[in-house]
Design a protein around this ligand. Structure first.
Ligand SMILES: [Zn+2]
Length: 488
């Protein structure tokens, strides 16, 4: 044991993804160096008596200071989004470096790195969005960037300006396999969504609520099934983003049952909202518009079941903040159709309190599963372990002291992002992050943040175990069974 601690978090009830126990936590140089009873005094002390002490949250899906294909910048900067994350108990974010068509991926990643370096107050790492998988992108830029610690590729199967189409999706899966990168996918059937959208708008059904109808529920499971079929052909691990339907969960469960390396996440909007939330007068429903859209209560139950069984491993925010004004949701003028309204919700701060209320305070699946879904599992899947994701000797001292008695009624303007509204306004939650430590420093305390812009650290990472292929080629790709064709 070191002779002195920089900080001791004293007397709390500590929970990890597997255990719960009373202990003090001793911190030195930003790292947890002791977990024990009656530790000697630290240079600073945090009184955690009567409190729950949990690992800092990891939000593996957050759009920050990102330019949309339509040219709209979201409402947050790195500083505002990560400040909001910290207030909500999240100490690591995985955000996006978004290539649009015609852009050089090296430049794109460099630009987003510079923004994060300047503004982030929590630690960060990136998923690289590929919309233009040229030969140079896949053969030169992706290998160079993976070597620099950018080891996930994100692909869209829908949106006019983002989706890559089936053949290029296969190219990207193969490039990922060759570079030991994970592939994350927005899986919805583009043709079904375009076709439904056109019919709805033509017939005058333009209100925000029809956005939910324009993404027919079958479009998700169809795309997930197609994606899994492609990934199996290439023998490439995949992560399916923001699962919204019972059929989507079932398709994933079946693939995992066959032993395929398929990971999946969902988001609070699919656990706590339904399509009915968009049914508001005028354009108000735009505040609840995201893609895929929220579905039904039966879907919520199926997704909870998927989380309980491990078919879905993480809950992320998919934070995509657009203000409810001409800079964001209403950028197409005062009378837009649902097709002209930016998709996305703020959620980087509310994610953990919403889940804590449901899982810990109300008891659904319990505190260990809460820690697993929000910190430990994303750390494992995105290869941030053992540095992040748990309370353990040698891990970064990213620690959140939760006041489990405190009740907060969410309201527009209460949270710290710059969207200006929360889709959860009016909900009363029990349990709130009180003190947030990032690498041993209390960056949020008594409702104030002390972290300086740019004090977040970049977390370079390789693909790790999750991105390692099964080495189970299909017959079509296996030279021993495809008449000797060498295809990989
Ligand atoms: Zn997203």
């Amino acid at each position: 044991m070191p002779e002195s601690f920089d900080c001791v978090v004293r007397g709390g009830r500590v929970a990890t993804a597997v255990d719960e126990f009373d202990a003090d936590i001793g911190i030195k140089d930003g790292v947890i160096v002791a977990i024990g009873r009656s530790l000697p005094a630290g240079a600073s002390e945090i009184d955690a008596r009567g409190r729950l002490v949990l690992p800092g949250g990891i939000d593996a899906h957050a759009h920050i200071e990102q330019l949309s294909a339509a040219g709209i910048v979201n409402a947050d900067t790195f500083e505002s989004a990560t400040t909001s994350a910290a207030f909500g108990g999240t100490t690591t974010v995985i955000c996006f470096a978004a290539q649009h068509r015609g852009m050089n991926l090296l430049t794109v990643v460099g630009d987003y790195m510079a923004l994060a370096r300047k503004g982030a107050v929590v630690d960060y790492t990136f998923h690289m969005i590929l919309t233009d998988p040229t030969e140079a992108t896949l053969k030169e830029h992706v290998p160079a960037l993976v070597a620099q610690g950018h080891s996930t590729l994100k692909v869209f199967m829908t949106y006019d300006l983002l989706n890559v189409g089936d053949e290029k999706l296969l190219d990207i899966l193969l490039a990922a396999r060759q570079n030991k990168a994970l592939v994350c996918v927005h899986a919805e059937n583009h043709g079904m969504i375009s076709w439904m959208s056109k019919r709805l708008v033509e017939k005058g059904y333009t209100a925000p609520k029809y956005h939910t109808i324009s993404h027919p529920r079958g479009s998700e499971a169809e795309a997930i099934n197609r994606l899994i079929t492609f990934a199996e052909l290439i023998d490439q691990p995949i992560m399916i983003f923001h699962v919204s339907t019972a059929e989507g969960v079932a398709t994933i469960r079946q693939a995992r049952g066959r032993g395929l390396k398929v990971f999946a996440e969902t988001c609070p909007q699919y656990l706590f909202m339904t399509a009915g939330d968009l049914d508001k007068p005028g354009l108000e429903g735009a505040k609840w518009m995201c893609s895929p859209p929220p579905r039904t209560q039966a879907d919520q139950e199926a997704i909870w079941q998927g989380l309980a069984l491990g078919d879905l491993q993480t809950v992320t925010s998919d934070h995509a903040p657009y203000a409810f004004d001409a800079t964001g949701k209403l950028s197409a003028g005062p009378n837009p159709t649902f097709k002209q309204i930016a998709n996305g919700l703020p959620g980087i701060e509310a994610r953990l309190p919403l889940l804590f209320d449901a899982m810990v305070s109300k008891g659904r699946l319990g505190v260990q599963k809460f820690v697993e879904l929000t910190a430990t599992a994303p750390a494992k899947i995105y290869n941030l372990q053992p540095r992040k994701g748990s309370i353990a000797i040698g891990a970064d001292a990213d620690i959140v002291v939760w006041d489990r008695e405190r009740t907060v009624t969410l309201a527009d303007g209460l949270l710290h992002d710059r969207t200006g509204y929360t889709p959860y306004a009016g909900r009363t939650l029990t349990g709130w992050p009180e003190t947030v430590l990032r690498r041993g420093v209390a960056i949020v305390r008594a409702g104030h943040i002390t972290a300086k812009a740019g004090s977040g650290a970049f977390l370079p990472r390789s693909g790790g175990a999750a991105a390692t292929p099964l080495n189970r080629p299909t017959a079509d790709m296996d030279p021993a069974r495809n008449f000797g064709a060498l295809l990989c």
